[in-house]
Ligand binder design. Structure first.
Ligand code: HEC
Length: 279
């Protein structure tokens, strides 16, 4: 009797388990952030080479200069590029005199020679672009709690960085999905990780900057130019890296050919098994 009872209890558990396996799971509600988050749009960049393959390609100097102009006139109100020195701009076509004049527009921390007190002085070409806020707390206090990151390495810090910066800057136009509440002081942007960004749209209108080379400063153009400039700040040696890669591949091809020719030469006198059998 006890055995029958135990068998019954066992059967009950087995049945319950089988039912559990067979029953469909409750549909999990999709995460609204995941559902509406967008991957950056692909753009053909000159530094990615033909077909956007990323094997060849160089920066467009004029575009880098336009991008720097957008950074300086728009983004630098909130973002630093503290890893870049003024003299680095020589690589994108600035003359030593222009760099000196540009550096002199900035103040950097220093120490007074006579009193030993903290002071400031004009920057020189060897200085880095100064920070905008002395630390994170000061930045957040001035920016309504938000922290504008230093942009020197941002295109490396984000996946698909160049495309990301371009899409982020032009992504404010998209209307939030139905039922989505945009909180006070935030902006809807489907390319930002949380879709709610604290940065107000920095490129709000065409012709926000006036390009010296006559390029029409549409919002899309400005976003592209600054994205390319920030790619250069994050990887100034990109062109040299690609050149080295191509040279290395050519070298290996020649080496392979030489290896094959010497193999033919070394084994030329050795008779194969067929020749031996015929003798
Ligand atoms: C009025 C100040 C302000 C200006 C001007 C501004 N930004 Fe921002 N930016 C912010 C703040 C604040 C954040 C942080 C946003 C957050 O964490 O929600 C931010 C964040 C960013 C981010 C990082 C997004 C991420 O994935 O973390 C990038 C990239 C960026 N800004 C690029 C730019 C560029 C390029 C310009 C110039 C065209 C610019 N910003 C102009 C305030 C500004």
């Amino acid at each position: 009797m006890i055995r029958l009872g135990a068998l019954g209890a066992g059967l009950f558990f087995v049945l319950a388990l089988m039912l559990g396996v067979v029953q469909p799971r409750d549909a999990v509600a999709p995460d609204p952030v995941e559902e509406h988050h967008k991957h950056p749009q692909k753009v053909e960049w000159s530094f990615n080479g033909p077909g956007n393959l990323g094997i060849f390609g160089t920066f467009d100097r004029a575009q880098l200069q336009r991008g720097f102009q957008v950074y300086k006139e728009v983004c630098s109100a909130c973002h630093s590029i503290n890893r870049v020195a003024f003299r680095d701009l020589a690589a994108i076509g600035f003359s030593p005199a222009e760099i000196k004049a540009l550096a002199a527009q900035y103040e950097v921390a220093s120490i007074d020679d006579k009193t030993g007190e903290a002071a400031t002085r004009k920057a020189t070409p060897a200085d880095k672009f100064p920070l905008i806020y002395p630390n994170e707390a000061a930045a957040r206090a001035a920016q309504n709690g938000a922290l504008p990151p230093d942009l020197s390495l941002i295109t490396k810090a984000r996946e698909d960085g160049t495309n990301y910066v371009h899409s982020l800057l032009t992504g404010y136009d998209e209307a939030p999905p139905k039922g989505w509440t945009v909180l006070d002081g935030l902006y809807y942007n489907p390319y930002f990780a949380s879709l709610n960004i604290k940065m107000p749209p920095p490129l709000a209108a065409d012709d926000q900057v006036t390009y010296a080379d006559g390029t029409k400063a549409t919002r899309d153009q400005m976003a592209k130019d600054v994205a390319v400039f920030l790619t250069w700040t994050a990887e100034p040696k990109l062109e040299a890296r690609k050149e080295t890669g191509v040279a290395a591949v050519i070298f290996l091809l020649i080496l392979t050919l030489l290896g094959y020719l010497s193999y033919r030469r070394v084994w030329a006198d050795v008779k194969g098994p067929k020749a031996v059998a015929a003798e």
